[in-house]
Design a protein around this ligand. Structure first.
Ligand code: CMP
Length: 134
């Protein structure tokens, strides 16, 4: 079974969407194996998003992700990494199709509600970073 790291970002927590978002993953058959509601430190945010450190939106991204609690989780299932990204929808708000989490709820590309690992390598790195006890 494959595991993936998923985070409901501050806008999702703030708008009371944890239940609605989690329901979509669970309805698809993915199993919640770890979860925590947590405030993200600047250090963790910068490490998590290190591949974007040279992007023009990096500072805005770190500021946003540290602005309030996030709901971090590990989901498990067959093809979990790909499935979660399909359910999340495209990163850019104008490309996220209706029926996906971002297509239905996201308000901007920065405030796009959810993050999920994009490969087995990033899932391994992100799970280790956020849930070292696993
Ligand atoms: P996420 O899947 O968490 O991975 C990187 C994040 O950077 C992405 O979601 C968006 O929140 C943000 N992001 C990506 N592209 C842009 C962009 N062009 N402008 C602003 N934020 C972006």
């Amino acid at each position: 079974m494959e595991k993936t790291f998923v985070m409901i970002k501050p806008d999702g927590v703030n708008r009371g969407l944890i239940g609605s978002i989690l329901q979509r993953y669970e309805q698809k058959g993915l199993k919640l194996v770890a979860a925590k509601l947590t405030k993200v430190s600047k250090e963790l945010a910068e490490e998590h998003y290190r591949e974007h450190s040279s992007k023009p939106f990096f500072n805005e991204l770190v500021e946003y992700i540290t602005s309030g609690p996030v709901f971090a989780m590990v989901l498990e299932g067959e093809n979990a990494i790909k499935l979660v990204r399909l359910l999340n929808g495209a990163t850019k708000v104008e490309e996220a199709l209706p029926g996906t989490i971002r297509g239905d709820f996201a308000t901007s590309t920065t405030h796009n509600l959810v993050h999920a690992s994009d490969s087995p390598e990033s899932a391994y790195r992100e799970i280790k970073l956020w849930f070292p006890e696993l």
